[in-house]
Design a protein around this ligand. Sequence first.
Ligand code: GLC
Length: 444
Amino acid sequence: MKFLGSIVICGMLILSAAPNFAQSKIDPKEIKEKMQWFADAKLGIFIHAGIYSVNGIDESWSFHNKKVTYADYMKQLKGFTLKNYNPAAWADLIAQSGARYSVITTKHHDGVAMYDTKMNDLSIVKATPAKRDMIKPFFEELRKRNIKCGAYFSLLDWSNSNYTGFLKDSSRYALSDDYPRWDRFRALFQGQIKEINTLFKPDLWWFDGDWEHNAEEWESQKVRHLILSGNPDAIINGRLQGYGDYETPEQNFPVSRPKYNWWELCMTTNDNWGFHHDDNWKTPYEVITIFVDAVSNGGNLLLDMGPKEDGTIPDEQVNVLKELGAWNKKHGEAIFNTVGGLPQGHFYGPSTLSKDSTSLYLFLHGHVSGTLMVKGIINKITEISVVGNGAQLTHKVVGKISWSPVPGLVYIDVPENVLDKYITVLKVKLEKPLKLYRGQGGLN
Ligand code: GLC
Protein backbone atom coordinates (compact mmCIF):
# COMPACT_ATOMS: atom_id res chain seq x y z
CA MET A 1 0.00 0.00 0.00
CA LYS A 2 2.85 2.39 0.66
CA PHE A 3 4.99 3.98 -2.04
CA LEU A 4 8.68 3.73 -1.29
CA GLY A 5 10.81 6.46 -2.75
CA SER A 6 14.59 6.14 -2.68
CA ILE A 7 17.55 8.45 -2.93
CA VAL A 8 21.24 7.64 -3.04
CA ILE A 9 23.65 9.73 -0.98
CA CYS A 10 27.40 9.00 -1.09
CA GLY A 11 26.83 5.43 -2.15
CA MET A 12 24.30 4.85 0.65
CA LEU A 13 20.79 3.87 -0.33
CA ILE A 14 18.30 5.82 1.67
CA LEU A 15 14.71 4.71 1.50
CA SER A 16 12.08 7.25 2.28
CA ALA A 17 8.47 6.24 2.54
CA ALA A 18 5.98 8.75 1.24
CA PRO A 19 3.05 8.39 3.65
CA ASN A 20 -0.13 7.54 1.81
CA PHE A 21 -2.29 9.30 4.37
CA ALA A 22 -4.96 11.53 2.95
CA GLN A 23 -4.36 15.11 4.04
CA SER A 24 -6.20 15.47 7.34
CA LYS A 25 -9.09 17.89 7.31
CA ILE A 26 -9.45 17.84 11.08
CA ASP A 27 -8.13 20.76 13.12
CA PRO A 28 -5.95 19.31 15.93
CA LYS A 29 -7.06 22.12 18.28
CA GLU A 30 -10.65 20.93 18.11
CA ILE A 31 -9.87 17.38 19.14
CA LYS A 32 -6.95 17.90 21.52
CA GLU A 33 -8.98 17.30 24.66
CA LYS A 34 -10.65 14.09 23.55
CA MET A 35 -7.29 12.72 22.32
CA GLN A 36 -5.70 12.90 25.76
CA TRP A 37 -6.57 9.39 26.93
CA PHE A 38 -5.22 8.04 23.66
CA ALA A 39 -1.96 10.00 24.01
CA ASP A 40 -1.50 8.66 27.54
CA ALA A 41 -2.53 5.08 26.75
CA LYS A 42 0.55 4.06 24.70
CA LEU A 43 -0.48 0.43 24.28
CA GLY A 44 -3.53 -1.09 22.63
CA ILE A 45 -4.29 -4.69 21.72
CA PHE A 46 -5.70 -5.32 18.25
CA ILE A 47 -7.83 -8.42 17.72
CA HIS A 48 -8.45 -9.91 14.30
CA ALA A 49 -11.26 -12.38 14.93
CA GLY A 50 -12.95 -13.85 11.91
CA ILE A 51 -13.85 -16.95 9.94
CA TYR A 52 -10.37 -16.96 8.34
CA SER A 53 -9.13 -18.51 11.60
CA VAL A 54 -10.94 -21.76 10.73
CA ASN A 55 -8.39 -22.72 8.07
CA GLY A 56 -5.74 -20.29 9.28
CA ILE A 57 -5.55 -18.37 6.00
CA ASP A 58 -5.07 -14.67 5.17
CA GLU A 59 -7.97 -12.62 6.45
CA SER A 60 -10.21 -11.73 3.48
CA TRP A 61 -7.21 -11.22 1.19
CA SER A 62 -6.92 -14.98 0.51
CA PHE A 63 -10.01 -15.01 -1.72
CA HIS A 64 -9.50 -11.48 -3.03
CA ASN A 65 -6.00 -12.46 -4.17
CA LYS A 66 -7.36 -15.75 -5.54
CA LYS A 67 -5.29 -17.98 -3.26
CA VAL A 68 -8.54 -19.82 -2.49
CA THR A 69 -11.90 -19.65 -4.19
CA TYR A 70 -14.60 -17.46 -2.68
CA ALA A 71 -16.74 -20.58 -2.18
CA ASP A 72 -13.98 -22.34 -0.23
CA TYR A 73 -13.33 -19.24 1.82
CA MET A 74 -16.99 -18.99 2.75
CA LYS A 75 -17.13 -22.67 3.75
CA GLN A 76 -15.22 -21.56 6.82
CA LEU A 77 -18.49 -20.09 8.12
CA LYS A 78 -19.50 -23.62 9.03
CA GLY A 79 -16.39 -24.13 11.18
CA PHE A 80 -16.51 -20.95 13.25
CA THR A 81 -17.72 -22.11 16.67
CA LEU A 82 -16.35 -19.79 19.41
CA LYS A 83 -17.01 -22.76 21.66
CA ASN A 84 -14.29 -21.74 24.14
CA TYR A 85 -14.75 -17.98 23.84
CA ASN A 86 -14.14 -16.38 27.19
CA PRO A 87 -14.26 -12.59 26.89
CA ALA A 88 -13.45 -12.16 30.60
CA ALA A 89 -10.22 -14.13 30.12
CA TRP A 90 -9.36 -12.05 27.05
CA ALA A 91 -9.94 -8.85 28.98
CA ASP A 92 -7.83 -10.15 31.88
CA LEU A 93 -4.96 -10.90 29.54
CA ILE A 94 -5.24 -7.48 27.92
CA ALA A 95 -5.28 -5.80 31.33
CA GLN A 96 -2.28 -7.88 32.34
CA SER A 97 -0.34 -6.70 29.27
CA GLY A 98 -0.69 -3.11 30.49
CA ALA A 99 -2.77 -2.07 27.47
CA ARG A 100 -5.27 0.74 28.00
CA TYR A 101 -7.40 0.04 24.94
CA SER A 102 -8.30 -2.77 22.61
CA VAL A 103 -9.64 -2.77 19.06
CA ILE A 104 -11.57 -5.73 17.66
CA THR A 105 -12.77 -6.48 14.13
CA THR A 106 -16.52 -5.90 13.89
CA LYS A 107 -16.38 -6.59 10.12
CA HIS A 108 -13.35 -7.30 7.96
CA HIS A 109 -13.09 -6.95 4.16
CA ASP A 110 -14.90 -10.31 3.79
CA GLY A 111 -18.09 -8.62 4.99
CA VAL A 112 -18.78 -11.07 7.83
CA ALA A 113 -20.17 -9.10 10.76
CA MET A 114 -18.97 -10.29 14.17
CA TYR A 115 -22.21 -9.06 15.77
CA ASP A 116 -25.92 -9.38 15.02
CA THR A 117 -26.30 -6.94 12.15
CA LYS A 118 -29.83 -6.33 10.95
CA MET A 119 -28.58 -4.98 7.62
CA ASN A 120 -28.04 -8.43 6.05
CA ASP A 121 -27.61 -12.09 6.97
CA LEU A 122 -23.84 -12.28 6.74
CA SER A 123 -22.87 -12.42 10.39
CA ILE A 124 -21.41 -14.96 12.79
CA VAL A 125 -24.77 -14.83 14.58
CA LYS A 126 -26.83 -15.91 11.57
CA ALA A 127 -24.34 -17.85 9.45
CA THR A 128 -22.02 -19.78 11.80
CA PRO A 129 -22.41 -22.39 14.55
CA ALA A 130 -21.15 -19.75 17.02
CA LYS A 131 -24.61 -18.11 16.76
CA ARG A 132 -23.55 -15.24 18.96
CA ASP A 133 -22.34 -11.68 19.00
CA MET A 134 -18.68 -11.40 20.01
CA ILE A 135 -18.53 -7.69 20.51
CA LYS A 136 -20.93 -6.79 23.32
CA PRO A 137 -19.64 -9.28 25.91
CA PHE A 138 -16.04 -8.35 25.08
CA PHE A 139 -16.65 -4.61 25.45
CA GLU A 140 -18.48 -5.23 28.73
CA GLU A 141 -15.49 -7.09 30.13
CA LEU A 142 -13.05 -4.45 28.91
CA ARG A 143 -15.12 -1.66 30.46
CA LYS A 144 -15.21 -3.45 33.82
CA ARG A 145 -11.41 -3.21 33.75
CA ASN A 146 -11.34 0.41 32.62
CA ILE A 147 -9.97 -0.43 29.21
CA LYS A 148 -11.21 1.64 26.28
CA CYS A 149 -13.09 -0.16 23.51
CA GLY A 150 -12.30 0.17 19.82
CA ALA A 151 -14.28 -1.09 16.82
CA TYR A 152 -12.37 -2.02 13.66
CA PHE A 153 -14.67 -1.67 10.64
CA SER A 154 -13.83 -2.29 7.00
CA LEU A 155 -15.51 0.26 4.77
CA LEU A 156 -15.00 -1.92 1.73
CA ASP A 157 -16.95 -5.16 1.68
CA TRP A 158 -15.89 -7.59 -1.01
CA SER A 159 -18.79 -9.95 -0.28
CA ASN A 160 -21.55 -7.49 -0.87
CA SER A 161 -23.06 -7.66 -4.36
CA ASN A 162 -23.58 -3.89 -4.36
CA TYR A 163 -19.93 -3.20 -3.61
CA THR A 164 -17.74 -2.28 -6.60
CA GLY A 165 -14.76 -4.55 -5.84
CA PHE A 166 -14.57 -8.31 -5.38
CA LEU A 167 -11.60 -10.25 -6.76
CA LYS A 168 -8.22 -8.74 -7.57
CA ASP A 169 -7.83 -7.16 -11.04
CA SER A 170 -11.55 -6.91 -11.73
CA SER A 171 -14.56 -5.08 -10.43
CA ARG A 172 -18.29 -5.76 -10.31
CA TYR A 173 -19.21 -2.46 -11.85
CA ALA A 174 -17.95 1.08 -12.28
CA LEU A 175 -19.50 3.42 -9.81
CA SER A 176 -20.10 6.04 -12.51
CA ASP A 177 -22.26 3.51 -14.41
CA ASP A 178 -24.59 2.76 -11.54
CA TYR A 179 -24.95 5.33 -8.77
CA PRO A 180 -28.18 3.80 -7.39
CA ARG A 181 -26.31 0.54 -6.80
CA TRP A 182 -23.52 2.40 -4.99
CA ASP A 183 -26.17 4.16 -2.93
CA ARG A 184 -27.55 0.79 -1.86
CA PHE A 185 -24.07 -0.16 -0.69
CA ARG A 186 -23.69 3.12 1.15
CA ALA A 187 -26.98 2.47 2.95
CA LEU A 188 -25.59 -0.90 4.06
CA PHE A 189 -22.23 0.19 5.41
CA GLN A 190 -23.52 3.39 6.97
CA GLY A 191 -26.38 1.43 8.50
CA GLN A 192 -23.86 -0.93 10.08
CA ILE A 193 -21.83 1.98 11.41
CA LYS A 194 -24.99 3.36 13.02
CA GLU A 195 -25.76 -0.04 14.53
CA ILE A 196 -22.29 -0.43 16.02
CA ASN A 197 -22.29 3.14 17.28
CA THR A 198 -25.62 2.67 19.02
CA LEU A 199 -25.19 -0.89 20.26
CA PHE A 200 -21.60 -0.71 21.51
CA LYS A 201 -20.70 2.99 21.71
CA PRO A 202 -17.03 2.47 20.80
CA ASP A 203 -14.52 4.84 22.40
CA LEU A 204 -12.53 4.51 19.20
CA TRP A 205 -13.42 3.75 15.58
CA TRP A 206 -10.73 2.00 13.58
CA PHE A 207 -11.67 2.20 9.90
CA ASP A 208 -9.88 0.23 7.22
CA GLY A 209 -10.07 -0.26 3.47
CA ASP A 210 -10.68 3.40 2.63
CA TRP A 211 -8.16 3.24 -0.24
CA GLU A 212 -10.66 1.86 -2.76
CA HIS A 213 -12.78 5.05 -2.81
CA ASN A 214 -12.39 8.74 -2.10
CA ALA A 215 -13.92 10.86 0.65
CA GLU A 216 -16.82 11.91 -1.51
CA GLU A 217 -17.68 8.35 -2.49
CA TRP A 218 -17.57 7.08 1.09
CA GLU A 219 -19.22 10.29 2.31
CA SER A 220 -16.47 10.47 4.92
CA GLN A 221 -17.61 13.78 6.35
CA LYS A 222 -21.14 12.47 6.82
CA VAL A 223 -19.79 9.24 8.38
CA ARG A 224 -17.73 11.27 10.83
CA HIS A 225 -20.77 13.36 11.68
CA LEU A 226 -23.04 10.37 12.14
CA ILE A 227 -20.56 8.82 14.58
CA LEU A 228 -19.95 11.99 16.56
CA SER A 229 -23.58 13.07 16.76
CA GLY A 230 -24.41 9.92 18.74
CA ASN A 231 -21.04 9.42 20.39
CA PRO A 232 -19.27 12.82 20.61
CA ASP A 233 -16.11 11.68 22.40
CA ALA A 234 -15.29 8.86 20.00
CA ILE A 235 -11.83 8.95 18.46
CA ILE A 236 -11.62 8.06 14.75
CA ASN A 237 -8.47 6.66 13.14
CA GLY A 238 -7.02 8.18 10.00
CA ARG A 239 -8.36 5.73 7.43
CA LEU A 240 -11.40 7.76 6.46
CA GLN A 241 -9.89 9.72 3.59
CA GLY A 242 -8.89 12.76 5.60
CA TYR A 243 -11.66 12.74 8.22
CA GLY A 244 -9.92 10.87 11.03
CA ASP A 245 -8.09 12.05 14.12
CA TYR A 246 -4.76 10.19 14.05
CA GLU A 247 -2.41 8.31 11.74
CA THR A 248 -1.82 4.58 11.55
CA PRO A 249 1.51 3.51 10.00
CA GLU A 250 0.97 -0.21 9.49
CA GLN A 251 3.87 -2.62 10.13
CA ASN A 252 6.21 0.26 9.22
CA PHE A 253 8.67 1.46 11.84
CA PRO A 254 9.48 5.15 11.62
CA VAL A 255 13.17 6.07 11.67
CA SER A 256 12.77 9.80 12.11
CA ARG A 257 10.12 11.10 14.50
CA PRO A 258 6.71 11.35 12.80
CA LYS A 259 5.37 14.88 12.61
CA TYR A 260 1.81 13.88 13.45
CA ASN A 261 0.21 14.99 16.68
CA TRP A 262 -1.09 11.50 17.32
CA TRP A 263 -0.07 8.27 15.70
CA GLU A 264 -0.20 4.55 16.35
CA LEU A 265 1.92 1.78 14.87
CA CYS A 266 -0.24 -1.28 14.26
CA MET A 267 1.76 -4.48 14.18
CA THR A 268 1.30 -8.24 14.10
CA THR A 269 2.88 -10.63 16.65
CA ASN A 270 3.94 -13.00 13.86
CA ASP A 271 3.51 -11.95 10.22
CA ASN A 272 -0.29 -12.24 10.06
CA TRP A 273 -3.25 -10.39 11.52
CA GLY A 274 -5.56 -13.35 11.95
CA PHE A 275 -4.79 -16.82 13.30
CA HIS A 276 -2.44 -18.41 10.80
CA HIS A 277 -0.01 -21.29 10.43
CA ASP A 278 2.91 -18.94 10.74
CA ASP A 279 5.70 -19.42 13.26
CA ASN A 280 7.59 -16.22 12.69
CA TRP A 281 6.77 -14.97 16.17
CA LYS A 282 8.35 -11.80 17.42
CA THR A 283 10.10 -12.39 20.73
CA PRO A 284 9.09 -10.47 23.86
CA TYR A 285 12.39 -8.57 23.61
CA GLU A 286 11.61 -7.52 20.03
CA VAL A 287 8.06 -6.47 20.89
CA ILE A 288 9.24 -4.46 23.92
CA THR A 289 11.96 -2.68 21.93
CA ILE A 290 9.46 -1.79 19.19
CA PHE A 291 6.95 -0.60 21.79
CA VAL A 292 9.53 1.58 23.52
CA ASP A 293 10.66 2.99 20.20
CA ALA A 294 7.09 4.02 19.30
CA VAL A 295 6.50 5.64 22.69
CA SER A 296 9.83 7.47 22.68
CA ASN A 297 8.82 8.95 19.32
CA GLY A 298 5.46 10.13 20.65
CA GLY A 299 3.32 7.26 19.34
CA ASN A 300 1.34 4.25 20.49
CA LEU A 301 1.65 0.57 19.65
CA LEU A 302 -1.43 -1.41 18.65
CA LEU A 303 -0.23 -4.99 18.98
CA ASP A 304 -2.29 -7.64 17.25
CA MET A 305 -3.52 -11.06 18.26
CA GLY A 306 -5.36 -13.54 16.09
CA PRO A 307 -7.59 -15.88 18.10
CA LYS A 308 -8.51 -19.34 16.85
CA GLU A 309 -12.01 -20.22 15.62
CA ASP A 310 -12.97 -21.63 19.04
CA GLY A 311 -12.06 -18.34 20.72
CA THR A 312 -8.75 -19.38 22.26
CA ILE A 313 -5.59 -17.34 21.87
CA PRO A 314 -2.38 -19.02 20.64
CA ASP A 315 0.13 -19.68 23.46
CA GLU A 316 2.88 -17.65 21.81
CA GLN A 317 0.66 -14.56 21.83
CA VAL A 318 -0.36 -15.13 25.42
CA ASN A 319 3.31 -15.38 26.33
CA VAL A 320 4.26 -12.14 24.55
CA LEU A 321 1.42 -10.26 26.24
CA LYS A 322 2.36 -11.60 29.68
CA GLU A 323 6.05 -10.77 29.30
CA LEU A 324 5.22 -7.32 27.99
CA GLY A 325 2.84 -6.89 30.93
CA ALA A 326 5.48 -7.88 33.50
CA TRP A 327 7.91 -5.42 31.94
CA ASN A 328 5.24 -2.68 31.91
CA LYS A 329 4.40 -3.33 35.52
CA LYS A 330 7.98 -2.70 36.52
CA HIS A 331 8.59 0.23 34.15
CA GLY A 332 5.13 1.78 33.75
CA GLU A 333 6.21 5.11 35.23
CA ALA A 334 8.56 5.62 32.24
CA ILE A 335 5.88 4.72 29.67
CA PHE A 336 2.31 5.62 30.56
CA ASN A 337 1.32 9.27 30.83
CA THR A 338 4.70 10.37 29.46
CA VAL A 339 5.57 12.28 26.31
CA GLY A 340 8.11 11.54 23.57
CA GLY A 341 11.72 11.93 24.66
CA LEU A 342 14.93 13.59 23.54
CA PRO A 343 15.41 14.47 19.88
CA GLN A 344 17.95 12.27 18.15
CA GLY A 345 21.58 12.95 18.92
CA HIS A 346 21.49 13.48 22.70
CA PHE A 347 21.40 9.83 23.71
CA TYR A 348 21.91 6.77 21.55
CA GLY A 349 18.71 5.04 22.53
CA PRO A 350 15.04 5.73 23.14
CA SER A 351 13.87 8.07 25.88
CA THR A 352 10.67 9.58 27.28
CA LEU A 353 9.88 12.53 29.52
CA SER A 354 7.43 13.06 32.35
CA LYS A 355 4.75 15.57 31.36
CA ASP A 356 6.38 18.30 33.46
CA SER A 357 9.71 17.34 31.84
CA THR A 358 11.59 17.15 35.12
CA SER A 359 12.17 13.41 34.75
CA LEU A 360 13.98 11.99 31.78
CA TYR A 361 13.77 8.23 31.19
CA LEU A 362 16.54 6.49 29.26
CA PHE A 363 15.94 3.02 27.82
CA LEU A 364 18.92 0.70 27.53
CA HIS A 365 18.68 -1.87 24.77
CA GLY A 366 20.45 -5.18 24.68
CA HIS A 367 21.88 -5.63 28.16
CA VAL A 368 24.17 -2.60 28.15
CA SER A 369 26.21 -1.96 31.24
CA GLY A 370 29.28 0.16 31.74
CA THR A 371 29.31 3.91 31.22
CA LEU A 372 26.69 5.71 29.14
CA MET A 373 26.84 9.21 27.77
CA VAL A 374 24.11 11.87 27.42
CA LYS A 375 24.77 15.15 25.61
CA GLY A 376 23.31 18.63 25.71
CA ILE A 377 21.52 18.60 29.09
CA ILE A 378 21.73 22.14 30.46
CA ASN A 379 19.93 21.30 33.72
CA LYS A 380 21.39 20.26 37.00
CA ILE A 381 20.77 16.55 37.62
CA THR A 382 19.62 15.84 41.16
CA GLU A 383 19.47 12.06 41.06
CA ILE A 384 19.73 9.08 38.74
CA SER A 385 18.02 5.80 39.61
CA VAL A 386 17.00 2.53 38.00
CA VAL A 387 13.24 2.31 37.40
CA GLY A 388 11.53 -0.61 39.14
CA ASN A 389 14.70 -1.45 41.02
CA GLY A 390 15.44 1.71 42.98
CA ALA A 391 19.24 1.51 42.75
CA GLN A 392 20.90 4.95 42.74
CA LEU A 393 23.54 5.46 40.08
CA THR A 394 26.58 7.71 40.05
CA HIS A 395 27.33 10.13 37.27
CA LYS A 396 30.00 12.59 36.27
CA VAL A 397 29.80 15.78 34.17
CA VAL A 398 32.74 15.89 31.81
CA GLY A 399 34.17 18.80 29.82
CA LYS A 400 32.06 21.67 31.20
CA ILE A 401 34.03 24.83 30.44
CA SER A 402 33.27 27.69 32.81
CA TRP A 403 33.08 30.43 30.17
CA SER A 404 31.02 28.42 27.67
CA PRO A 405 27.21 28.02 27.52
CA VAL A 406 27.69 24.53 26.05
CA PRO A 407 26.85 21.93 28.71
CA GLY A 408 29.26 19.13 29.60
CA LEU A 409 28.72 15.49 28.77
CA VAL A 410 26.96 13.39 31.36
CA TYR A 411 28.52 9.97 31.97
CA ILE A 412 26.40 7.53 33.95
CA ASP A 413 27.73 4.33 35.51
CA VAL A 414 25.43 1.35 35.02
CA PRO A 415 26.48 -1.76 36.94
CA GLU A 416 25.58 -5.18 35.60
CA ASN A 417 23.51 -6.15 38.64
CA VAL A 418 20.77 -3.56 37.99
CA LEU A 419 19.95 -4.78 34.48
CA ASP A 420 16.47 -5.94 33.51
CA LYS A 421 16.16 -9.12 31.47
CA TYR A 422 14.72 -7.10 28.55
CA ILE A 423 15.22 -3.35 28.69
CA THR A 424 16.60 -1.44 31.67
CA VAL A 425 15.25 2.05 32.30
CA LEU A 426 17.12 4.89 34.03
CA LYS A 427 15.34 7.85 35.58
CA VAL A 428 17.28 11.08 35.42
CA LYS A 429 15.74 13.57 37.82
CA LEU A 430 16.32 17.21 36.89
CA GLU A 431 16.19 20.22 39.15
CA LYS A 432 13.96 22.13 36.70
CA PRO A 433 12.06 21.32 33.46
CA LEU A 434 14.42 20.02 30.78
CA LYS A 435 16.49 22.56 28.85
CA LEU A 436 18.50 21.28 25.93
CA TYR A 437 21.51 22.64 24.15
CA ARG A 438 20.93 22.04 20.42
CA GLY A 439 23.91 23.87 18.96
CA GLN A 440 27.01 22.80 17.13
CA GLY A 441 29.55 23.02 19.91
CA GLY A 442 30.43 26.70 19.81
CA LEU A 443 30.39 26.94 16.05
CA ASN A 444 27.24 29.01 16.15
C1 GLC B 1 -4.62 -3.75 6.22
C2 GLC B 1 -5.22 -5.03 5.73
C3 GLC B 1 -6.03 -5.72 6.72
C4 GLC B 1 -5.65 -5.57 8.16
C5 GLC B 1 -5.25 -4.18 8.47
C6 GLC B 1 -4.76 -3.98 9.88
O1 GLC B 1 -5.29 -2.64 5.87
O2 GLC B 1 -6.00 -4.82 4.59
O3 GLC B 1 -6.19 -7.03 6.35
O4 GLC B 1 -6.77 -5.88 8.89
O5 GLC B 1 -4.31 -3.72 7.59
O6 GLC B 1 -4.10 -2.79 10.05
